[in-house]
Design a protein around this ligand. Sequence first.
Ligand SMILES: [Zn+2]
Length: 312
Amino acid sequence: MKRIKAFICVLFLLSASLFGCEVKSGVENKLKIVATIFPAYDFAHNIAGDSADVSLLLPPGVEAHSYEPTPKDMVLIQNCDIFICNGGESESWIDEIIDSLGDRDFTVIKMLDCAGKLLEEDEPDGAAQGNKGGDDLEYDEHIWTSPVICADICNKITDAMCKKDAGNSSEYKDRCIKYSDKLLSLSKDIEKTVEGSKRKELIFGDRFPFKYFADEYGLSYYAAFPGCSTQTEPSAAAMARLIEKTNEDKIPAIFYIEMSNRSVADTLSEATGAKELLFHSCHNLTRDELERGEDYLSLMRKNLENLQIALN
Ligand SMILES: [Zn+2]
């Protein structure tokens, strides 16, 4: 946090040096949008098309929870028209930066404001388990794992873009409708898969940033760690419970998430014979994934393919 304060202090000096000698052109008059994490960037990018410039602060392959803004990032934020963030605990640095910008006229969208409620923190014996009736609440800020909520987020982003750039509003609205249709069609396909599957239960030998996803589709879950916990070793009791559940319910596949060392999933797989499958949380993409043209929709479609295997 000290580093962030120091950055804020040099922000205005940098801003003057980086932008003071800029040659204005038509391109620079485009709406400027800055997003902190990949889903926010991807939604804004799909709605903006070529009519606005959208920047992502998180560099490719960087773990979202270890990100800290650089002075250059701060300048981008200071000069944008719309700033889109998730707004959870892992982005606590944001409020300080917004405060430092005083009454500057820019719109801040916190994706978490689209959530009906924030769940309270609860870590039952080092493992996350839930969706068995609502009495086992746990904190989760990964709101974008529900494609239905993502459609609400897209509407919010579109409203802000139309207000800031009324001249392109019909394009923004058209693109939003088309993109939301894809999100809702993905959601319908997930619903159908879950409805037609033998099981309604997920086992994660990893962190579990998918509470919004599980709740949306009525799936119960058992995971080594809740949310994006920084824990790396589950308790012996949590590990025993995961092995027991996997064996008891004859779960064919257990999940790990991207950028994981897979140590818990490996151990679980060895102990139970269940295969290991990736479930991508879409916090961020690697350079390789970006070069392959992956995005939120393509990764969630891959999650759906793996879900089909794990639930049958
Ligand atoms: Zn996370």
